[in-house]
Structures are given as C-alpha cells and as structure tokens.
Design a protein around this ligand. Structure first.
Ligand code: FAD
Ligand code: UDP
Length: 369
C-alpha cells in the first residue's frame, strides 16, 4: 500500500500531526521511531522498583496556551503540580529560582520585597538590551548571584560560557522579588494524570495510524511507499550533514533506587558549583506516588557524537548561522514537512511543540485524490 504520510518520530511533534491528519483528514499515517517506545524525550515509565521516572530528564508540562491545554485534554486528565527546585551551593540548599526567600538566605535575616528591589537596583549591571546569557542575568541580579547560580551551571551544561549563548537560555529562568518559588511562570502547570506514555498511547490510537518502533528512517524509506513525509528528527542528519554537523548537546542519565521514602528535600536539586552532574531529579515529589522506596536521576552533560541522543540544539549565533543553511534546504524539499525541536533546531518546550504541530497541520494542503 501507499501511505498518505510517513511520519518520522513518535514524540509530541510526530504524534500530534499523525492524530490530526488521521482524525481530521482521514489520512493514513505510518509513524516510525528508532527507539523502542513512543513519546520521544517526554516518555515516562515505572522502573524495576515501581517508581515513575522520566528517563530522558524531568518533563514539567506547563503552558499559557488554552489551545494546547484543550487539545491535550482530549487524551489525558491532569495532576496539578507546583514544580519546586532548590540549588545546592556554598554547602547549603538555596531557594531557586531567585526570589525573596533566596535573598533572605543570603542576608541571614528577614527582609521585604522593597529591600530586595532596592538592593538588586544597586547590584544590577545596567544593560538596556542584553545580547547574551551572561548579560541577561547580570542585568537582573548582578555578578554575585550570577556567579553563585548561573555561570558554572551553564558552562557545565553547554560547555560554553554564558556570554556565548543567546539571552533566551538563562533568560528562561525567572527572577522574582516576592515569595513565589515555583520554577515555572506559566499559568497551567500539571503532569498528565496517568503519565506521558499513557497520553501518547491515546493520541496515537486511531484506525488510520500504524506505529512501528525500532524503525529507522534510513531503512524504512527504502521499504515503504508514501505520498508525503513529516520529519521530526535532527535536520542535519536528514541532509547527511552536507553543510557540516550542527552542534548539539547530549546528556547521560544515571539512575539510582534508594531504600528511603524521599532522598532529597525537593523534586529537583541543581548543582551549579559541585559535581559533574547539573541536577538530581526525584520525580516522586511531583507525581505524588506513595512508595517506601524512591528513585533519583542524575544528569551529566556530555558532548554530542553520532549514536548519542541530540538532546539540545545550542541557541547561539554560530549554530543559528549553520542551521539557516539547513533551513533553506528544508524549505526547498518538496512534499516534506520539518517540524519539532530537532528538525527546526529550536529549544522548544513541549507545549511549543504541540502548538507548532497544530499550526503545521493547518498549513498542510489536503492531498489530491
Ligand atoms: P522528540 O521528543 O525528540 O522526538 C523525536 C523522535 O524522533 C525521537 O523519539 C527520535 O527517536 C525519533 N527519530 C529521530 N530520528 C529518527 C530516525 N532517523 N528514524 C526514526 N526515528 C527517529 N519541555 C517542557 O515543556 N518541560 C520540561 O520540563 C522539559 N524538560 C526537558 C528536559 C530534557 C533533558 C530535554 C532533553 C528536553 C526537555 N523538554 C522539556 C523539551 C521536550 O522534550 C521537547 O520539547 C519535546 O519532547 C520535543 O518533541 P519532538 O517530538 O519535537 O522531539
Ligand atoms: N541555569 C543555570 N542555573 C540553574 C538552572 C538553569 O545557570 O540552576 C541556566 C542553564 O544555562 C540552563 C538554562 O538556565 O541550561 C535553562 O535551564 P532549564 O532548567 O530551563 O533547562 P532545561 O530543563 O531545558 O535543561
């Protein structure tokens, strides 16, 4: 048979497009993924001890988009969570992102929002339009807090100085002068009630959708016939890296199960200045699972090499210039849609992937009979 669409990647981008095309247009969709599961990096599972973990790093769903909430709510109920993060440095846990509680920890006494605002006004480096991640932080909180919490974490995560990264990288982290200590800013913050894997199973269950796992595009493209391609893998790989390899950042995850109910005081602890890992995540704090044991996941940044997962595009001017060459090739490719974090080389959150996939769906012209 000839499929209407071959969709490469069963993460948010591929799954949402398959669902829309199948349910709204009646198109036949073959969704392939080279991994052995659906969900892409958002995949979750129970480990051998029964603890729900996020094997590819913590996935905190959050959004300001009513459209995205409405769309995903067809496939899941929600478990509301306030994501809480601490930062470990100088021998203690600090409230993070920086807020009035952090400021009080620094002073060693009670304070007020007014005092914090006055002090930050003195510490701030006046920069009207920050051009990089160092400037975006020092222009908000000054050098001391930048060096405590951002400089070395960022170097460890990206193997680049914050001054060589776009403002948007460290600019993702809010700074507050009140006591709001939630990690994220968005109005809607919740996990899929039964997990991401269950939500993806619902999105992809449709008589017109077939999912094949452990299936690589390089082989499948020789074996199946299709009218159009939706590609959510790394864009440079699609073009055999003909313009040169795009820079990606990879990670190694180390999982440990412990015979205690909780191993750390919050869902996530960041380590800007200690250890080779950036953060330790104990998802039980967020899922609310009641178990006598727990599992933590440590995240070690590593250089990308073919064969590893390209977890992050690198938001920086040099990488963007190279990506522009691939974007031009992608735009010229007939009957192929490039969508998602890897195929458009964008540091997208999950909700942005859903929104981008819904927008792409609307742009796709119907197939002629
Ligand atoms: P992916 O999920 O990467 O899916 C692409 C799929 O394509 C993969 O499964 C891959 O195996 C497959 N593929 C690639 N090439 C081929 C090929 N040749 N053949 C077959 N299959 C192929 N977002 C948030 O909103 N909140 C968070 O807290 C958050 N935390 C994150 C933490 C980490 C460590 C990482 C890496 C990302 C995080 N994200 C978070 C971002 C989130 O993972 C992405 O926005 C989203 O999952 C991307 O979806 P996607 O479908 O575009 O890509
Ligand atoms: N960051 C930092 N210190 C922290 C947390 C984050 O310097 O304690 C910087 C770092 O550069 C990181 C970026 O802010 O890559 C974005 O952090 P986030 O936790 O949103 O990253 P992600 O979950 O996407 O890895």
């Amino acid at each position: 048979m000839t499929w209407d669409y071959l969709i490469v990647g069963a993460g948010f981008s591929g799954a949402v497009l398959a669902e829309r095309l199948a349910s709204q247009r009646g198109s036949t969709c073959l969704v392939i993924d080279r991994r052995d599961h659906i969900g892409g990096n958002a995949y979750d599972k129970r480990d051998a001890a029964g603890v729900i973990i996020h094997p590819y790093g913590p996935h905190y769903f959050r959004t300001n988009s009513d459209r995205v909430i409405e769309y995903l709510s067809q496939f899941t109920a929600w478990h509301p969570v306030e994501y809480k993060v601490l930062s470990w440095t100088h021998g203690q846990h600090w409230q993070f992102p920086i807020n009035l509680n952090t400021f009080e920890q620094l002073l060693g006494r009670a304070s007020t929002s007014e005092e914090m605002e006055r002090t930050l006004a003195e510490w701030r480096v006046p920069i009207a339009s920050p051009r990089n991640s160092e400037e975006v932080i020092v222009s908000q909180v000054g050098w001391r807090l930048y060096e405590m919490f951002f400089k070395n974490y960022t170097r460890k995560q990206w193997r680049r100085d914050p001054s060589d990264l776009d403002p948007s990288v460290c600019g993702r982290i809010p700074v507050r002068t009140n006591r709001d200590d939630r990690f994220c800013e968005e109005k809607f913050q919740a996990l899929p009630r039964d997990g991401y894997a269950a939500m993806f199973a619902k999105i992809l269950t449709h008589p017109k959708i077939e999912v094949r796992l452990r299936a690589d595009f390089r082989e499948v493209r020789q074996q199946v016939r299709y009218k159009r391609l939706i590609y959510t893998g790394p864009v440079d790989e699609y073009f055999d890296r003909c313009e040169g390899a795009l820079p990606w950042r990879s990670l190694r995850f180390e999982t440990e199960t412990l015979n205690v109910e909780y191993s750390q005081p919050a869902m996530q602890v960041n380590f800007p200045n200690d250890h080779d890992y950036t953060r330790v995540v104990e998802m039980k704090h967020a899922t609310g699972q009641k178990l006598p044991v727990t599992t933590i996941v440590r995240e070690f940044p590593q250089d990308y090499a073919p064969g590893l997962e390209p977890y992050y595009p690198i938001p920086a001017p040099d990488a963007r210039a190279l990506y522009a060459k691939y974007a031009a090739r992608a735009a010229a490719e007939r009957d192929v849609t490039f969508v998602g974090r890897l195929a458009t080389y964008r540091y997208y959150n999950m909700d942005q992937c859903v929104a981008a996939a819904l927008a792409e769906f609307e742009k796709l012209a119907p197939l002629s009979a």
